[in-house]
Ligand binder design. Structure first.
Ligand SMILES: Cc1cc2nc3c(=O)[nH]c(=O)nc-3n(C[C@H](O)[C@H](O)[C@H](O)COP(=O)(O)O)c2cc1C
Length: 466
């Protein structure tokens, strides 16, 4: 290298050094390159800062499905998001979050879903400072109920009182109405500044509506002082979708003019492996003596060999905890359907030579003579070990040791505590008023408030009640 060329190199190096030292502060001052930096940094910064938290509370599974679909949709587009049920969120989780979306339904008579119970009692009962939280709410409901979207409204009011800032007005969805869901989608896109992939939900729902044939129908409680319970057996007329214990069949009721009038939900009593969907339908008699629309049609109007349309609805809050988990099943009347499906899970596992955990069924009805529903099958399961214990309470039997199913909980309090301490899950299915509320009060008494709440949080106390 000559002296000249090395001089030039040193001069060039000095220039570059000077320029780089000068440009850095100047470009910050003048805003030069800022847009480039912002765009370039946006995604990684969001990804590092926090994933968007989508909190859901859902009784029937629709809200859970929407929340999980949204999290998947966002994550697939490179936008980190998690869906978490409200019962798994603590005060700390909410306090830390900067941005949240909530998808919550209302159940019962304006109640929060079961999987929000702990959130309501633990988080919403306190006074939090959520001033840094920006949020949006999708409230699911049905305007035919007196308290439309009540829990969504309560949650919204609580968030505002805690200082959180709502980034768009609460969106209320009446019976899954598509226009409101579309508004929600647009609001989410604005909130996240991210375009969602085409929503697969509506097509998924229509894909689930299938043609079925009524192949068998019998009355399970002939002679009962109560209304007849029909055992309805349906065969799929096209390749059947899969379902799980706990899922619900939504039957579309046809009127005489072959128009779809309305729908009714019934918990499925069988598993798809049997090849049939089984339901238990209690006949409803109106004060004017007319039969209820759904139960009248299924119990009498529809002929054997007749066709109907049914959509299988995911009810994940009542899915099986796994065949090896000890299980206490409690219910009355047609609630036996949902409990039978869980026993079918164990009967199937047993047939396949797989291990099963102990199951205890506590069931209540009116008379031992006429209302011991599905007795043969239950006693067969008791003999084969699918059931470890079977206790039935008959309210009209004079000699009964327990008149209502909840009476057993006090009677076998210690045994129940033992099962729970061995990891048992408690599943309740049937009538909300009377049975489920009585069972809950008895469980609270037998296990204590704290343990019952803990079981709810851990998903070990689940209900499908109506
Ligand atoms: C037993 C039952 C009770 C309900 N009670 C209410 C209610 O009080 N207010 C309301 O707006 N919607 C009510 N609904 C409608 C649900 O909120 C609505 O169907 C929602 O889409 C269910 O969402 P999910 O499947 O996530 O729970 C009720 C639904 C059922 C099955």
């Amino acid at each position: 290298m000559t002296v000249d060329s090395s001089r030039w190199m040193w001069a060039a190096f000095a220039c570059v050094l000077w320029l780089s030292l000068w440009i850095r502060p100047m470009r910050n001052k003048l805003g030069i390159w800022q847009p480039i930096r912002r765009v370039a940094r946006r995604l990684p910064a969001q990804a590092q800062a926090e994933a968007l938290l989508i909190g859901y509370a859902s009784q029937g599974g629709f809200g859970a499905l929407l929340a999980e679909d949204l999290a998947r949709n966002l994550a697939a587009g490179g936008y980190p998001a998690h869906a978490r049920s409200l019962h798994s969120l603590s005060t700390l989780d909410i306090g830390k979050a900067n941005r949240m979306l909530f998808i919550v339904s209302t159940t019962g008579e304006g109640d929060a879903p079961d999987n929000a119970a702990a959130f309501v009692s633990r988080v919403m009962s306190g006074t939090l400072n959520l001033q840094k939280l920006r949020y949006g709410i999708l409230a699911l409901g049905d305007s035919s109920y007196a308290n439309f979207c009540k829990f969504g409204r309560q949650l919204d009011a609580w968030l505002i009182s805690a200082g959180a800032i709502s980034v768009f007005n609460r969106i209320e969805v009446d019976s899954g109405h598509a226009a409101a869901l579309d508004m929600w989608r647009q609001a989410v896109e604005r909130f996240t500044d991210h375009t969602l992939a085409a929503d697969p939900l509506p097509s998924r729902q229509s894909a689930l509506t299938q043609r079925w044939m009524l192949v068998r129908r019998e009355i399970l409680n002939s002679g009962s002082p109560g209304a007849p319970i029909h055992h309805i057996v349906l065969q799929p007329m096209e390749p059947a979708v899969h379902w799980q214990a706990g899922d619900v069949g939504r039957i579309w009721i046809s009127n005489n003019f072959d128009e779809i009038a309305t729908s009714r939900d019934y918990t499925l009593a069988s598993l798809p492996q049997s090849g049939y969907a089984e339901l238990m339908v209690r006949e409803v008699l109106r004060p004017d003596g007319q039969r209820g629309l759904g139960s009248g049609w299924l119990g009498h109007g529809l002929v054997i060999g007749g066709e109907l349309r049914m959509e299988i609805r995911c009810n994940r809050e009542f899915h099986s905890p796994g065949a090896t988990v000890p299980l206490i099943l409690i219910g009355n009347g047609t609630g036996l359907a949902g409990l039978m499906a869980h026993l079918e899970v164990r009967a199937l596992a047993q047939r396949l030579g797989q291990p099963i955990g102990p199951a205890w069924l506590l069931f209540g009805e009116r008379t031992s003579q006429f209302d011991a529903l599905c007795s043969e099958r239950l006693e067969g399961w008791l003999a084969s070990g699918v059931l470890k214990r079977l206790d039935r309470a008959f309210s009209r039997d004079a000699e009964a040791s327990a008149h209502y199913v909840q009476d057993f909980i006090g009677l076998y309090c210690e045994l129940m505590q033992q099962w729970v301490s061995h990891g048992a899950a408690i599943y309740v299915c049937g009538q909300r008023e009377g049975m489920a509320s009585g069972v809950e009060a008895a469980l609270r008494q037998a296990l204590g408030e704290t343990l019952l709440e803990q079981l709810t949080i851990e998903g070990r106390y689940r209900r499908d009640v109506y």
